[in-house]
Design a protein around this ligand. Structure first.
Ligand SMILES: N[C@@H](CCC(=O)N[C@@H](CS)C(=O)NCC(=O)O)C(=O)O
Length: 80
């Protein structure tokens, strides 16, 4: 798994905290919004909304908002 984040963002920090809490083995990739790295073709292919955080699992990219609603039902209070 690979997590695309910009750590100073509270949305990123919440997701990183959850990753650590769950003990997920996950590579992290910084997405520098100041350099428009979220607007590249590669990132847009992962999330057409061009927003981080994004989690990629087995080549499938999902926004963490999607993940919260569809995968992490065990932790329903997380806001991204
Ligand atoms: N939870 C939502 C929102 C995430 C969000 O708003 N991320 C902001 C940073 S905190 C972002 O990437 N903004 C870039 C932009 O809007 O250009 C999602 O995952 O789609």
């Amino acid at each position: 798994m690979k997590l695309y984040v910009l750590p100073p963002s509270p949305r990123a920090l919440k997701v990183i905290a959850l990753k650590n809490h769950l003990g997920l083995d996950c590579e992290m990739q910084v997405v520098d919004l100041g350099k428009d790295e979220h607007r590249t073709a590669e990132f847009t292919a992962l999330n057409p909304n061009q927003k981080m955080p994004v989690l990629v699992d087995e080549g499938f990219g999902v926004s963490v908002f999607f993940l919260k609603n569809h995968t992490l039902r065990a932790v329903p209070t997380i806001e991204t």
